[in-house]
Design a protein around this ligand. Structure first.
Ligand code: AMP
Length: 118
């Protein structure tokens, strides 16, 4: 998947601010942060979506990385939001599975805004 930007980050072909680098997952800061802390956690192998036969061990690695990233970014105590946009209606823009970790300031209650509200 050489045309996938997240695969290019995994392969070191484009730069990223790497937060965590493990055997099967890595985390890096979002290039267009939507909160003071906005880090993405991805599997190193390319899976476009959650249903793409992602091995359970990889799912475990992805979610186990969340509190590690939160601690590294200094939001473990203050709290953070964890989001996966999966597919068209969720406005997934990069077709490589990724977990958003957002924090650093209090957020409003609720998590869904529909396209017509923008
Ligand atoms: P999503 O809408 O859930 O697919 O989120 C994709 C995220 O990837 C967005 O928040 C983008 O800002 C982020 N993004 C796109 N390109 C890069 C990049 N080269 N480095 C870091 N984050 C990126």
């Amino acid at each position: 998947m050489s045309e996938c930007i997240f695969c290019m980050i995994v392969n070191g072909e484009i730069p990223a601010k790497v937060v965590l680098d493990e055997d099967d997952v890595m985390a890096f800061d979002d290039v267009a942060p939507q909160a003071p802390v906005h880090t993405l956690i991805i599997p190193k192998h390319h899976y476009a979506h959650m249903a793409d036969d992602v091995p359970p061990d990889t799912m475990l690695s992805l979610f186990s990385a969340v509190p590690k990233v939160a601690a590294i970014k200094g939001v473990a105590e203050s709290g953070y939001r964890v989001i996966i946009n999966n597919g068209h209606d969720a406005a997934q823009t990069v077709a490589h599975l990724h977990v958003h970790v957002l924090g650093g300031r209090p957020m409003a209650h609720g998590m869904v805004r529909f396209g017509s509200e923008e």
